[in-house]
Each structure stands twice: as C-alpha cells, then as structure tokens.
Unconditional design. Sequence first.
Length: 416
Amino acid sequence: MVSIIYLWYYINGYILISIRGKRTERLINLAINKGIYLRDIRRHDKAALMKIDIEGFKRLRPLVRKTGCRIKIKKKVGLPFFIYKLTVRRGFVAGLGFFITALYLFSSFIWFIEVAGTERINPKEIIEASRELGLKPGVFKNALNTDDFGNELVLKVPEVSWAGLEITGTKARIQIVEKIKGIDSDEEVFSHIVAAKDGLILDVLVVSGQALVKEGDTVCSGQTLISGIVTSEKEEEIPEAEQGDPKEIEKPENIYTRARGSVKARVWYEGFGQSTLLLNKPQATSNFKASSFIRIGEREFYFKGDRKNPYSYSKLEVMKQSLHWRNIKIPVEIVNLKYTELTVNTIKQTSEEALGRAEEQAKKEAYEQLEPGIKPVKQYLEIIDTGDKQVFQVRYVIETIEEIGVEKELMFNNLY
C-alpha cells in the first residue's frame, strides 16, 4: 500500500521546499486552512522542510508573501519534471531513440562466427561451407534455420559426422564433431554405430547396416546401435538327393559394411546440491602479511617476510614480475605474496534460502554436462529426504533429445 502511495506522488510530482522566517508556524497553519496538503514536515537547520505537490506550491506563494517568510526549492521530483526535461532536451531524446533503435537492429544480425570442435579440419573450410549455406556476417538471424543447418553442413563437408548451430546475441557458434580418424568416405572400410552416451531410444533410421536396437530400448554408452555386420535371417535348404541323403543346411554368411544411419534418444543429465541452515561464510580481516622472493630457475631466495603462511585460514594473492631485456626473457622473476587472514562467520539461513542455494548448486552441475548446441526439453527438481531438518539435498534433472550415434571402426582381429 505504501509503495502505491509513493508511486502516486511520483506520477503527479512533488517539490521539496524549505521555509525560513519568524512566522513559519503561522504559514503552515494558513496553508492547512486553505486545503494545501503538506507532508513530511520536519525541522532542519532553523528551517522547516516539507513536501508539497505542484498545485499546492502555486497556491502557497501568496501566503508566503503575506507572512513575510522565505521559501526555497530544494528538489523537484516526479514524472512531470522528467517529461519537462525531455521536452527541453529534444536533441538528447532524438539521439537516445536513434541509439536504441540502432542497437536493436544491430543485435538482429549475425556479426561473428565461431567454429568449435575441429582438429583435423581447417575451420576456414567450415566457414566457407557455412557461407554457401547462407551463414555469414551481416545475415539476419531469423533467416537461419538452426535445425536444418547441421544436416546440410554434414552433407556439404564429408569429414563432419555431426554439426550444430547455436546463436547467442550477435555470435553464431558452429559445433563440429569430426569423423573417426582413419575412416574416409572414399575408403572401403567397415564400422559400427555405437552409443556415445546412455539414453532411451526414440527413433532409429538405418541407411546401411543392421539395427540392433528399437524404439523404447534403454542403451548404455559404447553399446552397438547399428551393426556393420549384416547377418541373413533366412536359412537356405539344399534339396534332398535322389539317394535319400538328408537335407543339408547352409549357414548364413556375414556381410560386412559401413554402418550409416541416425539414432535419436532421450538423454538425462543430473546434478546434486546440498546446503544446511547454518552456513559457514569466510570473511577477510584487516590483518595481512606480505613476503617476496626471487626465483632463479627452480630456486627461490626470500628477501622479505616469511616462507610459511602465518595464518591457519587465509587468502593468497600472487603477483609475478618477469625480467626482460629487449626481446630476451631472463629466467628470473620477482614474486610477491600477500596472505590475508580470513575468519569464518556462521550465518543462519531460512529453509527457503538453504533450499535455493542447494538448487542453484545442483542446476549448475547439471548444465555443465550439456554440450554446446543441446537444448533441454524438460527440467525438474527433486528434493531428497535426508532425515535431518538441518540439511537440504536436491537433485536437478535435465532431459534432452539428442543424436547419440557415433561411428566406430570395425576391428577384425576381435571378430574371430
């Protein structure tokens, strides 16, 4: 309710004034009788300070002359005065509007492109391929389809097995996963597609090879999803000979190929956090000790202070200064150490604060496991019952949908 009243005062505007004179009380009484609203009246340095609205200030001036008092405006507060300043400074308002508009338009375009995950592939090759797909500095962000870009880039650059596009502000980040070293699209090689991480299968698309999993299966990291060894499911029978020989069954032969396809799965990342009602928080004191030494090679020569930390609980600051002569670096450096003593203050948190701190810790741990370009589809928090009212434990879970298949070269020496 109080905040609404102050908002009302701000919208209508008010003036902080000071009144001096022998008949100050008489002036205040006359103003009240005339219906002029004065508030927050107080004495300060032989003067009366008070707040009055704009209309009341106009009606107060004749009363000031009548009582012989002196009035001084200390401060003008409120929306009317702010609008008046803007009307006076039209050039400033126009410039501010132009700046905001230009900033908005500037942030609607891609100006920086970053390539991550490349080891053997030249990043310039990725940037050039991206330019052909429409991603280049100055392109409008809404003109890009981040979902299709990765698939198109994989088709464009044969050495790439997976690609993703993440746009943050005016920067586009292209995340690349290169194909396994030694497996070239032009070579006659055989491989499996295995799971890069644990998950629940959602969709399996086989281009070549034999699917070993189906929708709804739970898989573990390293498990084969699409095999490069295709086995015939049918057994061929040889007709019975005229002499009455029994039937002979031909064993199915294995066909080796390079597994290709897509396997999407639900993947979960979890983080744990813990907090207590009593929180130990370190705080720096005014006590500190400094020491300095010269390091020559691996030897240290102290010329100021002690070698050991004088405090049982402290914060260490290290400042190094290397010696140079022209472009030659001398293997000598001066190291300054500063030990600041810390004290531990025990702070009592509320249950909401402790739970919030634990949630923040668990959420941070879960998000650190996410790869660039992967977006959560579901998130939830689970409170773990510890049996101790002083301790709060939580589990934060992030669910994603990802392409989990990676190519693994088939090693023939392990097949027999």
